[in-house]
Design a protein around this ligand. Structure first.
Ligand code: PHE
Length: 351
């Protein structure tokens, strides 16, 4: 091959390289020129058969062509890569003005939310929040509340008895009612007193409106000249605030050993029955009454000087009624969709 032809080969090769637009075509041409059976490789193979003086000059020229072609291939490859990257960036634009995707946040369980709400309402009416233990002695859960040993009322409570004994060897129970807080608070603070206490209570019982662990709110007001009318007023005010409307309530005489007279309050509950129809029934939500003089005496308050009223509310039932939960048990199954549906955003909890 003459020098002229070599320079034509070089020119044509460079021209083709720069006309190619894909890495694949570029690779194809590289093989065609520089591959094992490539055109330029072929020329290098002929060097051996040339006379020595020609071999040197021709070899130098072929090598120069090879270098030029190799460089041109690399340059074109770089160019094509840069174009491809630019196109990719253009088609995959990232819109940094889009709002971030929301973080998965938990919700406050309706029972927890309602307990806070009850505290808020009762504090507004003038009651202070106190706490009572869940592991309780027989004395605070029963005896001091005028329910002595062998009293038939003990049987109504389906008590969970504990193996533990307290430091005086007294039998312990899981409290069956928040009324233990009445005794603790009167013993600690005396009279006059206006306290409320919300928390867990336990009875071995389970159906649509009972769970072995549930929640109560206790209210206790002890002062001079306290009457049944004060109690009715506070309870009506409390229920109206809680349901944010004037609810229908009825008072039925009822027996609790620690009050005299005693009553139960039912409120009207409209719910969707299994067959889809709307039904109305009365649901018992709280027990109340004038604090029995024996209870005042047991807690160190003089019944000749002070009177009081007390009430105990089923927190879970209030929650069912307010938020339309039909089966009490679903509230304690740790069901996340349930909590998402009925729960509250932390930011919205009113304080
Ligand atoms: N402790 C009672 C119960 O659990 C309710 C109650 C409280 C009744 C206070 C009267 C006074 O059923």
């Amino acid at each position: 091959m003459s020098t002229v032809n070599l320079s034509v080969l070089k020119e044509q090769s460079l021209e083709s390289i720069n006309a190619l637009n894909t890495p694949t075509d570029l690779e194809g041409l590289r093989v065609k020129l520089l591959g094992k059976n490539g055109e330029i490789t072929g020329l290098l193979k002929t060097l051996g058969s040339l006379p020595p003086e020609e071999r040197k000059s021709f070899g130098g020229e072929v090598n120069a062509v090879r270098s030029a072609v190799t460089e041109a291939l690399a340059a074109r490859k770089e160019k094509l890569d840069a174009i491809a990257l630019e196109e990719k960036l253009k088609s995959e634009t990232l819109d940094i003005t889009l709002p971030a995707s929301p973080l998965a946040t938990g919700k406050i369980h309706p029972i927890s939310y309602v307990m806070e709400e009850l505290e808020t309402i009762m504090e507004r009416i003038g009651f202070t929040t106190v706490q009572g233990p869940e592991m309780e002695t027989d004395f605070f859960n029963f005896t001091a509340l005028n329910i002595p040993e062998n009293h038939p009322a003990r049987q109504d409570h389906d008590t969970f008895y504990l193996k533990n004994k307290d430091e005086n060897g007294e039998r312990m129970v899981l409290r069956t009612q928040t009324s233990n807080a009445q005794i603790h608070s009167m013993m600690a603070h005396g009279a006059p007193l206006r306290v409320m206490s919300v928390g867990r209570v336990y009875r071995c019982d389970s159906d649509m409106t009972h769970t072995p662990q549930f929640h109560q709110m206790e209210g206790l007001c002890v002062d001079k000249n306290i009457t049944f009318a004060h109690m009715k007023g506070v309870l009506h005010r409390f229920l109206t605030e809680f349901f944010e409307r004037d609810i229908k309530m009825r008072l039925r005489p009822a027996y609790f050993p620690f009050v005299e007279p005693g009553a139960e309050i039912d409120i009207e509950w409209t719910y969707t029955a299994a067959d889809g129809t709307q039904k109305t029934r009365w649901l018992e939500i709280l027990g109340c009454g004038m604090v029995h003089r024996n209870v005042l005496t047991n807690a160190g308050v003089d019944p000749e000087e002070y009177q009081g009223f007390a009430f105990g509310v089923g927190v879970d039932r209030l929650t069912m009624l307010k938020y339309g939960v039909n089966d009490l048990r679903t509230m304690f199954e740790g069901n996340i969709p349930f909590t998402h549906h009925f729960g509250m955003d932390a930011a919205k909890v009113r304080k």
